[in-house]
Design a protein around this ligand. Structure first.
Ligand SMILES: Nc1ncnc2c1ncn2[C@@H]1O[C@H](COP(=O)(O)OP(=O)(O)OP(=O)(O)O)[C@@H](O)[C@H]1O
Length: 308
């Protein structure tokens, strides 16, 4: 397990009232939040919400106009070299030494950190890419390149890692396999700050999720609590020839009934109870259940059409 170091033992990142403007644009407008040590922390929001600005301020690459930021108890600005050694930033895959093999690339990155071959080996193993060590970077698949990008951020064994949409443009299988790598990293007690547009990913991986909208913190909670607090209803889909809308409306616990295509859609916050009652009319196998997802919560909060 990674452990503490200087500063508070419980927190990795603390932002208090952070503001940043670019001319007339308020990119961040008074954001306060805390990321715990060992936490897998998601940052979500529509395009232009302020996510990159937020992450760059925490990384020490930008200065906030006002408010305070602390990372492991220290200020990342002005550039704090001691802190940078504890931070890993996933580079874009375009920043690779493309003519080298995966191994040579990592060995080079390790050397730039003043580290030797064991560091490169450890990083390659951590992302499950050891069998591709001798492949040229150019010849790696998209998923393998993202693993290499992750390994590049891990070479110096950082306590805090920033990942910016690492699964963008990957096929579903490569995405899932990268999730496994990310879960392993979380299991090692590192703190991970993770920017993504994929809500299913945030739900599957993140301990907590901050939703940023128009430079403000719109919500911050566990994915489960976010879904619950926004009280998005479950939807039961019943073939329309089995139950009439009036019969559905008469069931206790039903909030709303709609007819969509050939189905009666029953919205409820008491799915189990309503399912039992629906069972009086129709065989359970014919009923489809759609529970609320983080996407529902996200769309309500941001009023956004940008969720993918
Ligand atoms: N260097 C800059 N100069 C001027 N305006 C900027 C600059 N960087 C960002 N902005 C503006 O600040 C706002 C927040 O941008 P930011 O890149 O932080 O959002 P984001 O949530 O990361 O967006 P995306 O999901 O599209 O990457 C946007 O309106 C953007 O146009």
């Amino acid at each position: 397990m990674k452990n503490g170091g200087q500063g508070s033992q419980e927190t990795a990142v603390v932002l208090d009232g952070v503001c940043k403007r670019y001319g007339e644009v308020r990119a961040l407008d008074g954001v306060s939040l805390t990321v715990g040590r060992g936490e897998f922390f998601g940052v979500l929001g529509p395009n232009g919400a302020g996510k990159t600005t937020l992450v760059e301020i925490v990384e020490g690459m930008r200065q906030p106009d006002s408010g305070t930021v602390s990372v492991f108890g220290e200020s990342p600005w002005p550039r704090n070299l001691g802190l940078m050694r504890r931070i890993g930033v996933q580079t874009q895959t375009s920043a690779f030494f493309t003519r080298l093999t995966a191994w040579e690339h990592l060995e080079t990155v390790a050397a730039l950190h003043g580290l030797g071959r064991p560091a490169a080996h450890r990083a390659l193993d951590a992302v499950g890419l050891a069998d591709k060590a001798r492949s040229r970077v150019d010849d790696l698949s998209g998923g393998q390149r993202q693993r290499l990008a992750l390994a590049t951020a891990l070479v110096h064994d950082p306590d805090l890692i920033f990942l910016d949409e690492p699964t963008a443009a990957l096929d579903p299988e490569a995405r899932r396999s990268l999730w496994d790598v990310l879960r392993t990293l979380r299991g090692q007690g590192r703190t991970i700050v993770y920017t993504t547009h994929y809500l299913d990913e945030a739900e599957a991986l993140c301990d907590r999720v901050a939703i940023i909208a128009a430079g403000r913190l719109a919500a911050l909670d566990t994915p489960t609590a976010l879904i619950r607090s926004l009280a998005a209803p479950a939807r039961l889909l019943v073939p329309a020839d089995r139950i009439t809308p009036d019969q559905a409306r008469a069931i206790e616990g039903v909030d709303r009934v709609l007819v969509e295509g050939g189905e009666v859609v029953i919205e409820t916050h008491a799915a189990n109870r309503v399912l039992v009652a629906v069972g009086e009319y129709v065989d359970m196998d014919a009923v489809q259940t759609r529970t609320a997802t983080l996407e529902d919560a996200y769309l309500r909060l941001t009023g956004s059409e940008h969720a993918r």
